[in-house]
Design a protein. Sequence first.
Length: 247
Amino acid sequence: MTAESRGTPVPVPDDDSAGGTGPLTAVVVVGATGFVGSRLVRHLGDAGFGVVVCGRTRLERFADRAAYPEVIAALDAGAVTGEASPHAVAVALDDLARTHRLVGVVASIGGWSIADRLEEVPADTWAGFLDSHLTSHLRAVQRLAPRLPDGAAYVVLNGAASHTPMAGSGPVSVTGAALHMLVEVLRLESAPGGVRYREVVVEHAVAGDERNVDPDREVSARAVGEAVVAALAPGSEAVVRVGATPA
C-alpha cells in the first residue's frame, strides 16, 4: 500500500511494525508534524503501534523509512481537518485495513499562544483560532471516527488553559474549554461498545519546546506519550491528566 504525502509515497512495511506476532495495529496521529505530535509518533512506535501520520507541512520527512520505521502511511491534513474532500481519507484507511487493524486516533491539534487581551483580538484572528483549535477537531472526528472499529479509542489532547483562564491566551482558553465539552458530548452520544472518546489534558508546558517562556513547571514528552498510550487502552479513564498536582 502507498499513501500520498504531498506527492511523496510512504510505503507500508511488509514486516510487523509492532515487533510481535499478533495482529498488526495502527494509530492515526493528527498533528504529527507538530512539536508534541512528532514525539507521539516516536512513542507510539516504541509502544508497538504502526503510525499513520497526518499533518499540514513537512510530511515528506516521514518517507525516510530508516528514520521513521513506525510510519506506515501519511495523510495530508487538508483531507482530515480542512476543507478538502475527505475521499482520500476513506481510500487510504480502507487500504490500510488490508494489513493493519486501526485501533485509535490521537488528535494533537492547536497549540499555545500569548498575545492580545480578548477585548483586542481582531475578528480574523478569532476566526482563525476557532477553525484551528476547535472546528478542525470536529472535522477530524467526522472524517476519522466512522472508520474506527467498535472499541477503538479517539484521544484528544488538551491543555490546562481549557479549565484555567489565562490572561493573554483567551482564544486558547475559550477553545480549549469548548474542546473539552466537544469530547464530553461525543462520549455521551457514542453508542455502547462503540468508539471510546478520551481526553489527555497536559497541565504544564512540554519540556524541550523552544517556544516555552519561563514556565513554572514542565512535563516530559515521554510522560505525555505514556498518558496517550494509557488512554488508548481498553478500560482507560475518560480524562487523563499529565502533570496534575496530587490532591
